[in-house]
Design a protein around this ligand. Structure first.
Ligand code: RIB
Length: 304
């Protein structure tokens, strides 16, 4: 059965410059290449899930501008349902100037614009789609009240929830408690748990308030660890040639949502998400670098 995923999240137009190394404060360096393309954590996750074969609905806001037009066209090409995308009359589409150096590392500034104007009515209008979903996935590039609102809307319907707490931020404990899966990287975990310098397992356990919750910590080239009451494990990832790590976390979350929605057990779901992220970092860009289902299945089969 096709996995049904609802994503409440952001779209940004990514303005990416590739360079040998990042400039220091006050320094000018020459870039090698500049590319404009679709990004935003929510949208990247939506595209990842759609390419993996899921039926994906995106709930979010873009402006009534050229970047907003490009976003809607791109989602339609990718087969993402845009029925609940609002064209905000007062705010511009989000943008993200990004620097990527020769090692593939990135630095990002987000100017979230219309994403921050998402409203409860935008989520309410999609109530019927949320009720039929297998998984609702959200992140922190919309206003934090809406993160809690979206998670609550899903939980009230008995729908499984994933909270990707990215970019790093402090969320009220009652909002974190609405997530079945919480998927920070190590920096986001430190901020969310308020325990800088603590061991990953200790910080992750501090977020768990119910038996049903799991923290999945993405750890770059090492893979991802899951921590829940009574069990934890590191699921290693795949060795690949890294070109651009931007969007790797989004690929992971899109992959995890699809795998859980398809009923995979947690270690297999994380292995699937690791493979999705591993393929993403072998290509430049964010949404355009998301792999297809065939590519992910081939990588998984080659590792068996
Ligand atoms: O996770 C990568 C994304 O973060 C980029 O696409 C950028 O838009 C920022 O939201």
């Amino acid at each position: 059965m096709t996995a049904k995923i609802v994503i409440v999240g952001s779209f940004n137009t990514d303005l990416t410059t590739y360079m040998e190394r990042m400039p220091r404060p006050g320094e000018t360096v020459s870039g090698r290449k500049f590319v404009t393309g679709p990004g935003g954590k929510g949208s990247n996750q939506a595209v990842a899930a759609a390419r993996l074969g899921a039926d994906v609905t995106f709930i979010g806001r873009v402006g009534q501008d050229a970047f907003g037009d490009q976003a809607v066209r791109f989602w339609q090409q990718e087969g993402v349902n845009t029925d609940y995308v609002v064209r905000d009359p007062d705010h511009a589409t989000g943008v993200a100037p990004i620097f990527v150096d020769d090692s593939g590392e990135n630095s990002i500034v987000v100017v979230l614009g219309a994403n921050l104007n998402l409203k409860p009515s935008d989520v309410d209008s999609a109530a019927a789609v949320i009720a039929r979903a297998d998984v609702l996935l959200t992140q922190l590039e919309v206003n934090y009240d809406m993160v809690g609102y979206a998670l609550k809307a899903a939980k009230q319907q008995g729908i499984r929830t994933i909270l990707n707490p990215a970019p790093a931020g402090h969320l009220p404990a009652e909002v974190v408690a609405l997530a079945d899966y919480i998927t920070p990287n190590e920096t986001e975990l430190e901020v969310l748990s308020g325990r800088p310098g603590a061991a990953v397992a200790e910080a992750a356990r501090s977020l768990l308030t119910t038996e049903q919750q799991t923290v999945v910590v993405t750890m770059g080239a090492q893979g991802a660890s899951y921590i829940r009451r009574g069990s934890s494990a590191l699921i290693p990832t795949y060795k690949v040639n890294v070109v651009d790590t931007t969007g790797a976390g989004d690929a992971f979350n899109g992959g995890l949502a699809v795998a859980l929605a398809e009923g995979k057990d947690l270690p297999d779901a994380i292995a699937f998400a690791n493979a999705t992220a591993a393929l993403c970092v072998t290509r430049p860009g964010t949404a355009p670098s998301m792999p297809t289902r065939v590519e992910v299945d081939e990588l998984l089969a080659a590792q068996r």
